[in-house]
Design a protein around this ligand. Structure first.
Ligand SMILES: Cc1ncc(COP(=O)(O)O)c(C=O)c1O
Length: 379
């Protein structure tokens, strides 16, 4: 008799299950508003589409070298110069199959089996799932609104000896950011305590006033993970990048080659053009800002109790304690009764997420308005 291996026995990614349920209802003829998935409703920028189309007809679209096309890595390097005023040599850049494969490469190259790695809770579910399946011990930092749902030095000090820390600013599911000072404090603390810092910066570019700070600005040893999925509306292209410190690059290259061979070539051709499409990407950010305002004005006020409005990304992490202590059932009811898909808080915080839900405002503004109308009538 064969059984599934224990390393694969991780929690389900609930948001993906909600999406499947929503798609089934749509197939059955229901009108469903998608506020569950963190995915822009817009396609990739026009310049990206043109570049990919051109490559499709003029290139053989074979493998690339494991670290990615040189032109792609040069574009990423100049992005750091323009956005953060820092020099990042292309020797430290690897193009990945989305941020998701970046986590695997970062963790395998930097952290031993059994390492204790801290993450904020609530947080992006894949962190704990990937860490567990790769044999790390997950240490949860139970953050709250007073911490702006971000790790703080007192919480880190209390966590015991750590080998690694994953941060995300702006975060998923709360959209909150680390201020420039907090980022400096944390990166310094990691350096002093020998803690490997992995900074997930996939929501950079999507902010509502305050500029997101890169961990690289204060800690050159940090591993930074980023992606074209969110700011550039390229979720399905599966393309992202990592910046790693020089001592890891040889492992990173070998891991990237053996696990993935190379990131999708057609997507690399497209992504090279993405950095020249900032105007189009900024139009999407303006839409997210409008959607955020709609939700903050239209949602029941208790939904925003004990929470802090997102500084960036495209999520509201709402408090629904007045209505339920079972966020999963609550989301199922909202989907079946009024056709709104949203994600239960337990996806992000298995022990405390029973009275929270995440609403994504990455979609069209009309959908967000319609969702508020349906919710008000239903509640
Ligand atoms: C915080 C965070 N990191 C990473 C990802 C995955 O990004 P990618 O599509 O580049 O794999 C997501 C997707 O929702 C996310 O929310």
């Amino acid at each position: 008799m064969f059984y599934p291996a224990s390393r694969g026995e991780i929690d389900p990614f609930i948001v993906m299950q909600v999406m499947s349920d929503a798609v089934k209802r749509e197939a059955a003829g229901d009108n469903v508003l998608h506020l569950e998935i963190g995915q822009p409703s817009t396609p990739a920028p026009k310049g990206v589409l043109e570049a990919a189309r051109f490559a499709l007809y003029n290139d053989k679209i074979g493998y690339t070298v494991p670290l990615g096309m040189t032109k792609m890595r040069e574009k990423i390097s100049s992005h750091y110069r323009k956005w953060y005023d820092i020099d990042v040599s292309i020797e430290r850049i690897v193009v990945t199959t989305g941020a998701s494969s970046g986590f695997t490469i970062a963790i395998l190259s930097a952290l031993e089996h059994g390492s204790r790695v801290a993450i904020a809770s609530p947080g992006y579910p894949a962190y704990r799932n990937i860490l567990k399946s790769l044999g790390a011990q997950v240490v949860y930092l139970a953050t709250d609104e007073k911490d702006r749902f971000q790790p703080t030095l007192p919480r880190l000090e209390k966590a015991g000896k750590l080998d690694g820390l994953i941060i995300a600013s702006p975060s998923n599911p709360t959209g909150t950011m680390l201020s420039e000072n907090s980022m400096k404090e944390i990166t310094r603390w990691c350096q002093l305590n020998g803690v490997r810092l992995i900074s997930d910066e996939v929501y950079h570019g999507i902010d509502f006033g305050q500029r997101p700070v890169s961990a690289l600005e204060s800690n050159p040893d940090a591993i930074v993970i980023n992606s074209f999925s969110k700011y550039f509306s390229m979720t399905g292209w599966r393309i992202g990048w990592i910046i790693a410190p020089p001592e890891l690059m040889s492992s990173v290259e070998r891991l990237a080659a053996s696990f993935f061979i190379s990131a999708p070539t057609i997507s690399q051709f497209g992504a090279i053009a993405a950095f020249d499409c900032i105007e189009e990407a900024q139009k999407n950010v303006a839409r997210y800002a409008l959607n955020r305002d709609i939700l903050l004005n239209e949602l029941p006020s208790t939904w925003l109790d004990d929470l802090v409005p997102a500084d960036g990304a495209f999520y509201i992490y709402a408090n629904v304690a007045k209505y339920t202590s079972d966020s999963r059932k609550f989301c199922q009811r909202i989907l079946t009764e009024i056709g709104i898909a949203c994600t239960p808080g337990i996806d992000f915080d298995p022990s405390r997420g029973h009275a929270t839900i995440r609403l994504s405002f990455a979609g069209a503004s009309e959908d967000i308005l319609e969702a508020c109308k349906r919710l008000k009538a239903w509640l």
